[in-house]
Design a protein around this ligand. Structure first.
Ligand SMILES: Cc1cc2nc3c(=O)[nH]c(=O)nc-3n(C[C@H](O)[C@H](O)[C@H](O)COP(=O)(O)OP(=O)(O)OC[C@H]3O[C@@H](n4cnc5c(N)ncnc54)[C@H](O)[C@@H]3O)c2cc1C
Length: 395
C-alpha cells in the first residue's frame, strides 16, 4: 500500500451504489477524496432491481441517468393484488418528471455504470482495503485501515460511511441504529418463467405471509421477492414455483423453468438517530434499512449521496461555512423516515391475517382506484417525487 494517500479532504468508506454516487459528485466538484472498499472486486449480485423517477433526477446531476435508462426496462404500471384480484392499479406515465417510469435494472449494472462514470472523471476505487476504526480529532479524523499486507492511517477532514448496514463509521461515531428485525426471512430470486400477465407491469401481491413481488427484468427474467418462514439458503425452482402457486394469481399459468440467482436475507427496519457526528457522516444502508416492499432502499441512499456531495463540496471549497453540513441530516433524515413508513405500511398491510380483516383491507384499498388524488399521492410517494422539493434545496 505504499502509494496509498495519507491525507484527503473526504474519505468514503464503501464503494456500493451510494459510495460511488458520492465519489462522482465530489469528483465533478473537484473535491479531493479517497474511496475504499473491503471487497477485492465489485459485487455482481442483482439485489435492488428498480430505480424510481426521483432517483433518476438526482442521478442526472451526476451525468448517469440517461446511461442507466438505456440499460433497463421502462415500465409504467404497478399494481397491488390479492391473488387474482387487482386492489390498486397505478400508472407512472403521468408523473411530473422527465423520467416518468419505473426503471427495472439490476444493481450490479447500476454499480457498473456509476463506477464507469467515476473512472471517467479520473476517480479510483482502492479495493481490498478495510476500515477498522475511525478516531476524531479537532482538525481531522483518522481512519485506521488494513489491506492484505499492512495497516495504515489516513487523515481526512471528513469521513463518510457508505459501508452498509453493519457500518464501522456509524459504530465509530457512536450513532444508535434504532429499530428491529422482521421475524420472517425474505427470499429473492431471478427466474426464467412463463408468466401470462406479461412483462409490462410490476406486481405486488399481498399474502398472509407478507409481500410477494413479481417484476420483469431487462434480460427476460423475472425478479421474485417473498417473505418466508424457514426459507432455504438458496431457493430452487420447486420453492419458487410453490410460492407462486400458493400466493400468486390462479390464472397466470406461471411455470418456473430456471433460477439464475437466489438469496435469502433477513430484513431490519432501522433509522440512525443522527446522520452526522462531528467529522463523520453516514448515508445509504448505514443510515436506514427497511423492508423491500416498494423497492426504496438503494433509491433513498442514492439521493442521500447527491445531497451530501453538494453540501460537502461547498464547505470543503470554502464557499459555505461548516454549519451548512447540518443541512444534510435536516434534508435527508425526514425523507428516510417517510420511506420507512411507506415500506412498513405496505409490509404490515400485506401481512393482514384472518379472512374478515383481509376482506376489509381489500375493500379499503379498492376504493383508492376511485380517488384520483389518493392514487396520485401514492404514485408520488413510490416514485420519490413527493420528497423531491426537500432534496432540491441542496442543489
Ligand atoms: C439480497 C438483497 C436484496 C436486496 N433487494 C433490494 C431490492 O429489491 N430493492 C432495493 O431497493 N434494495 C434492495 N436491497 C438493498 C440494497 O441492495 C441496498 O439498499 C443498497 O445496496 C445500499 O447501498 P449502500 O451503498 O448503502 O450499501 P452496500 O450496497 O451494502 O455497500 C456497502 C459497501 O461497503 C463496503 N464495506 C462495508 N464495510 C466496510 C469497511 N469496514 N471497510 C471498507 N469497505 C466496507 C462493502 O464491501 C460494500 O461494497 C437488497 C439487499 C440485499 C442484501
Amino acid at each position: 500500500m505504499s502509494s496509498f494517500p495519507t491525507k484527503t479532504d473526504v474519505l468514503i468508506v464503501g464503494a456500493g451504489p451510494t459510495g460511488l454516487a458520492l465519489a462522482i459528485s465530489l469528483a465533478q466538484a473537484g473535491v479531493d477524496h479517497v474511496l475504499i472498499d473491503k471487497l477485492a472486486v465489485g459485487q455482481n449480485k442483482s439485489r435492488a432491481a428498480v430505480i424510481h423517477a426521483h432517483t433518476l433526477e438526482a442521478l442526472e446531476t451526476l451525468g448517469v441517468a440517461d446511461r442507466l435508462s438505456d440499460t433497463g426496462l421502462k415500465l409504467s404500471r404497478f399494481s397491488i393484488r390479492d391473488r387474482d384480484r387487482a386492489l390498486v392499479q397505478l400508472s407512472f406515465d403521468a408523473l411530473p418528471s422527465k423520467f416518468s417510469y419505473l426503471l427495472m435494472t439490476p444493481q450490479d449494472t447500476t454499480e457498473r455504470v456509476l463506477a464507469g462514470r467515476h473512472a471517467e472523471l479520473g476517480g479510483r476505487i482502492h479495493r481490498g482495503v478495510v476500515a477498522e476504526r475511525i478516531e476524531q480529532h479537532d482538525e481531522y479524523a483518522r481512519a485506521w485501515l488494513r489491506d492484505a499486507d499492512a495497516q495504515l492511517a489516513i487523515d481526512a477532514r471528513y469521513v463518510v460511511g457508505a459501508d452498509g448496514m453493519h457500518s464501522i463509521v456509524r459504530e465509530s461515531a457512536g450513532i444508535d441504529f434504532d429499530g428491529a428485525q422482521y421475524a420472517h426471512s425474505f427470499v429473492l430470486a431471478d427466474v426464467e418463467m412463463d408468466w401470462k400477465p406479461g412483462r409490462g407491469e410490476v406486481f405486488l401481491f399481498f399474502t398472509e405471509r407478507g409481500p410477494l413481488v413479481v417484476a420483469p427484468l431487462p434480460n427476460g427474467n423475472f425478479r421474485i421477492v417473498v417473505a418466508m418462514e424457514n426459507a432455504p439458503e438458496h431457493p430452487d425452482v420447486a420453492c419458487i414455483q410453490n410460492v407462486i402457486d400458493d400466493y400468486g394469481p390462479t390464472n397466470a399459468n406461471a411455470t418456473v423453468h430456471r433460477v439464475d440467482w437466489s438469496s435469502r436475507f433477513r430484513i431490519h427496519h432501522r433509522l440512525a438517530k443522527s446522520y452526522r457526528r462531528g467529522r463523520l457522516f453516514i448515508m445509504g444502508d448505514a443510515a436506514h434499512v427497511h423492508s423491500p416492499a416498494g423497492g426504496q432502499g438503494m433509491n433513498t441512499g442514492l439521493v442521500d449521496a447527491t445531497v451530501l456531495g453538494r453540501v460537502l463540496a461547498r464547505v470543503v471549497s470554502g464557499a459555505q461555512p461548516e454549519e451548512t453540513l447540518d443541512a444534510y441530516e435536516q434534508l435527508r433524515r425526514p425523507a428516510a423516515r417517510k420511506v420507512l413508513e411507506l415500506a412498513e405500511g405496505l409490509t404490515q398491510m400485506a401481512m393482514t391475517h384472518g379472512m374478515l380483516a383481509r376482506q376489509a383491507r381489500n375493500v379499503r384499498l379498492s376504493v383508492i382506484n376511485y380517488l384520483p388524488p389518493v392514487k396520485r399521492a401514492l404514485t408520488m410517494n413510490l416514485s420519490g417525487l413527493s420528497r423531491r422539493a426537500q432534496a432540491e434545496l441542496a442543489y
